[in-house]
Design a protein around this ligand. Sequence first.
Ligand code: ADP
Ligand code: MG
Length: 403
Amino acid sequence: MAARLPEALYDKIKFFAKFPQTSVSLRQMVEFGTKPTVGTMFKATQFLREELPVRLAHRVVELENLPYNLSNMASVRRVRDWYAESFTELVDFPRMETPAALKARDRVTVDANGHVVPPPIHRYFTPVDPAAAVPAECEAYNTAFVELIENIKRRHDPTVATVAQGIKELKAQHGLPHIDAQVQNFLDRFYMSRIGIRMLIGQHVALHKLPARDDYVGIICTKTNVAQVAQEAIDNARFICEDHYALFSAPNVQLYCPDDLHFMYVPSHLHHMLFELLKNSLRAVVERYGPDADHFPPVKVVVAEGREDITIKVSDEGGGIARSGMPLIWTYLYTTAPAQPEPETPGSSDFKAPMAGFGYGLPLSRLYARYFGGDLRLISMEGYGTDAYLHLSRLSDSEEPLP
Ligand code: ADP
Ligand code: MG
C-alpha cells in the first residue's frame, strides 16, 4: 500500500471528480429494467461505465482530504486504494461507441465560474428501441462488464468494517469520547454513496444474471410484502438474541400488519433496517428485565399504510434512552454495549452485525431509509421505552441523494 497515489492517477481522479454524479430513482431502475434486452443492457453498461468512475472519484478526493489526519491512517488508505483501483479498472474498460458519440461525450467545457459543464452523458433510462439492430459484440461486452463490476463490488465488501477501524483508532488517538460533526458528516456521505454504488452494481448484475422472477426487477421487488419481510426480520433478531443471551426464548414480538400490504422496494434493505431496530429493542428489553426474568413485555411492530408513506413503528418497553443521549445514538461507533471482538473474517460480507456493539445499526439504517426517500426517527420515554419510526416512501420517484 503506497502512502500516496501516483500523481498522474490522482490528477485523473480529480478531473473525474469535477463531474456531477447522476442520480437514479427507484422507479427509473424499475422502468428501465423491466424485460431488458441485450440492447437495454448495453445502454446500462454504457451508463455505468461513465457513472461509476465519477462516483468513485468523488470519494477518493474526499478520502484524500479528511480532517484529523484521517487520510493518512493505514485503514483509510487501504480503502482509498480500493477506490482508486476500481476507478482505474473502470476507465480502462474499453468504450464501445461510434467515434462521433465518444467525441461528443468527451467534450468538456468550463463555465464562467470555473465549473465543469458535463458533456451529455447517457442517462440510465434512455429508451431503447427493442427492434433496433444490436451489434453482435454487445452481448460479450455486457458480460465482460458484469464480471468487472462484480469483482469491484467484492473488493469493497470490507469497506464499512475497515473505515470503522480507522475511526476507532482516531477516537483512541485523540481521546475523543464521540466522533464530531465533521467526521459524522463525512461518514454519512461516504456510506450513502456506497449504498448508491452498490445498489447500481447489484441491480445491473442481477438484471444480467438472474433468471426473470415474478414481481422482481433485478433486486427490486415490485410487490415487497411488508408482513413477510418483517416476520423474517423478527425471527432472525429473536434467534440472535436467544443465542447472545443464552435465552430459552427471546421477548415476543407482536406484528400488526395487513397480510397483503405490499409496495415497491428492495427487500434486503427493508430486512436490514427492521433487523437492526428489532435487535436494539430486544436488547433493551432483555437488559432491563435481566436475562433470567420470567416474563418480558413484548416488542410491538405496527405497520401503517398511508398514501405517501408506509410507516413501521417498532415499540419496546426496554427503559428508553435519556434525552441527553438522543443525539449520540446517531453517531457512528456510539454504543452502550460492551466492546465486540473483531469479526473473525473481517468484512466477510456486507457488515454482518452481531447483537450489538458496533454502534452502526441506527446510523446505517437511517441512510438506507433516506436512500429511497424515507427516514428513521426515534422517540424515547426514559424510564419506559422507545418507539422507532421507519418511514418508507411509496412514491418511488425520489432520486438518490448523492453526496
Ligand atoms: P449498537 O446496537 O451496536 O450499540 P446502534 O446504532 O444500533 O448500535 O444503537 C446505538 C445505541 O443506541 C445502543 O447501544 C443503545 O444504547 C441505544 N439504543 C438504540 N435503540 C435502543 C432502544 N430501543 N432502547 C434503548 N436504547 C437503544
Ligand atoms: Mg444496534
